[in-house]
Design a protein around this ligand. Structure first.
Ligand SMILES: Cc1cc2nc3c(=O)[nH]c(=O)nc-3n(C[C@H](O)[C@H](O)[C@H](O)COP(=O)(O)OP(=O)(O)OC[C@H]3O[C@@H](n4cnc5c(N)ncnc54)[C@H](O)[C@@H]3O)c2cc1C
Length: 308
């Protein structure tokens, strides 16, 4: 029987592990398919407080993990495949293993949707990004592209135009999902140029370890072209990792967990933290902050409910 199980080892899960560890709860952390979470696949993080010269994402995560281990957190590999939250103790299944726990913190994050190109995957953190707030600053004075046609693509293009000398908004259709007001605002921005209807076929140059250009194909004329850019922001949405909680926890229409009064879900004793319940801020520091909240909420819950 565990006091608290934490699903996910990104910034939210690891911060929850540090806090619950220091509260002597001996947390168990389930790593999932991506130990360390999204920061483990990026390079320089310049906006996490406390590192004036920036820190590599994997190093930041490694520090948090060691800090959690120092306070007694136990790590298990594997991904959660089922949960029984109908009664306490909760039952958490990861493949052939089933664990019981008095409290649960869900910190399973959200995965950025990608175009699915091999080159895109290899160049993440090396010119390909899924987060304008995180990486825009690296592209001061450069020509870059934003891929997508929704409100978030428009928002990112406008935000990035503060830094970049030119932003190409690349979309596979002539019509946009974005709201009219966002489209109008983006069209009015002189630094942003719309390229439609074009499909991204390739991002180069993997062999040089950085983005130099993208190959586009016009969906109407089938003509291919090369667009020289230094950075590419993929803004086609995120997928919260909440499949195993469908029908068990409240979610919004996009599958993000709904929390109330801090980190509480609709089931007493089940808490959620980080990007899995935040489609707005999506930052390492906000994920860490909400991991802290979930840990304190879980600790208080266990203290008040000695019967569980
Ligand atoms: C390329 C990139 C660069 C970024 N750069 C910055 C930056 O510079 N600054 C910044 O503030 N933010 C940055 N971000 C955003 C930041 O990484 C996220 O906001 C943060 O990682 C969210 O933390 P999290 O713990 O909520 O989720 P995640 O980091 O997504 O971690 C989720 C964890 O849950 C686990 N998991 C998922 N499903 C299951 C399951 N079924 N069972 C068990 N475990 C599961 C995963 O394996 C993972 O360990 C960046 C993101 C990306 C992708």
């Amino acid at each position: 029987m565990n006091n608290v199980i934490i699903i996910g080892s990104g910034c939210a899960g690891l911060t929850a592990a540090i806090y619950t560890g220091r509260a002597n709860l001996k947390p168990m952390v389930i790593d999932g398919h991506e130990p360390g979470g999204q920061l483990a696949i990026t390079t320089m993080v310049e906006n996490f407080p406390g590192f004036p010269d920036g820190i590599l994402g994997p190093d930041l995560i490694d520090n948090m993990r060691k800090q959690a281990q120092r306070f007694g957190a136990e790590f298990k590999s594997g991904a959660i495949t089922d949960v029984d939250l109908s009664k306490r103790p909760f039952k958490i299944t990861a493949g052939n293993e089933t664990y019981e726990t008095r409290a649960l913190i869900v910190a399973s994050g959200a995965t950025a949707r990608l175009l699915g190109l091999e080159s895109e995957r290899k160049l993440i953190g090396y010119g390909v990004s899924t987060c304008a707030t995180c990486d825009g600053y690296f592209f001061r004075g450069k020509e870059i592209a934003v891929v997508g046609g929704g409100d978030s693509a428009m928002e990112e293009a406008n935000f990035l135009s503060r830094f970049a000398s030119r932003v190409y908004l690349v979309h596979r259709r002539n019509e946009f999902r974005a709201s009219k007001i966002m489209i109008d605002r983006t069209r009015a921005n002189e630094k942003i140029q719309f390229l439609t209807p074009v499909v991204v076929e390739e991002i180069s140059d993997v062999s040089k370890g950085g983005v130099e250009n993208m190959t586009l194909r016009n969906a109407e004329t089938n003509q291919a072209s090369t667009l020289p850019v230094s950075g590419i922001f993929i803004a086609i949405g995120h997928l919260p990792n909440t499949k195993v909680f469908r029908g068990k926890l409240d979610m919004d229409e996009n599958g993000y967990l709904i929390t109330r009064y801090g980190s509480q879900t609709k089931i007493p004793g089940v808490f959620a933290a980080g990007d899995v319940q935040d489609h707005h801020y999506k930052q390492a520091v906000t994920a860490a902050g909400s991991g802290c909240m979930a840990a304190i909420d879980a600790e208080k819950f266990l203290e008040m409910r000695a019967d569980v």
